[in-house]
Design a protein around this ligand. Structure first.
Ligand code: COA
Length: 180
């Protein structure tokens, strides 16, 4: 396959990112959630202004993935609050990790994860944690093969529906650590 290019998002990317985010969100969760619940979450979490706000946040890093010049995925890490089951030094959250459906299984997820880990380290992270819906087996399989382990679960509200997210965590190399 062609190689995947990953770069940091800039403010001028907010519109394209909002469009991709809405598309991937619907592709991922549309079949298993009511349209009303999805609409509420989409409105609260995505949109050009919201993406611009997040891109500008100094505690957030947003990454874009391109394949043949087409925007096919994005990831976001952030240094914010974390659930009590995350008992680890300097945890940074993998808040978003999405590929367009057409890019699933192409190998693009791996370099995006490498870049997400590097961005988390830039935020001072020593551990990367995430929440994944218990009914998202493909993402769960990907995180497990990427070295994450489950440490707990918490509730995640989608409109009128309270769902269970599994909380996963993986260590990050210490800044400046050498493998030799
Ligand atoms: C999560 C995501 C980035 C992973 O990228 P990907 O290209 O699909 O990942 P891969 O194909 O490398 O790995 C997925 C693994 O799940 C396996 N898999 C696929 N469907 C599965 C299922 N229903 N049950 C269990 N495993 C499944 C695949 O076989 C693959 O394992 P393998 O490499 O051992 O064969 C991508 O699927 C995605 O963007 N999904 C939609 C968004 C999403 O769910 N994001 C996570 C939010 S927390």
């Amino acid at each position: 396959m062609s190689s995947v290019i990953i770069r940091s998002a800039e403010l001028s990317d907010a519109r394209a990112l909002a469009k991709l985010a809405a598309r991937t969100f619907e592709e991922t969760f549309g079949a298993d959630n009511s349209p009303e619940d999805l609409k509420i979450l989409l409105k609260a979490s995505y949109g050009e202004a919201q993406q611009a706000h997040e891109i500008a946040d100094k505690d957030v890093r947003t990454l874009l993935a391109y394949l043949d010049k087409e925007l096919i995925g994005f990831a976001q890490v952030r240094r914010k609050i974390f659930p009590t089951c995350v008992v680890a030094q300097n945890p940074v959250e993998l808040h978003r990790f999405y590929l367009a459906r057409s890019a699933h299984g192409t190998g693009a997820a791996e370099p995006l994860m490498v870049s997400a880990r590097e961005a988390a380290q830039e935020l001072g992270g020593l551990h990367l944690w995430l929440g994944v819906w218990e009914r998202n087996p493909r993402a769960i399989a990907f995180y497990l093969k990427s070295g994450f382990t489950q440490v707990g679960s918490h509730n995640f509200v989608v409109g009128s529906d309270t769902q269970t997210d599994w909380i996963f965590i993986a260590p990050l190399p210490k800044a400046g650590a050498s493998s030799t």
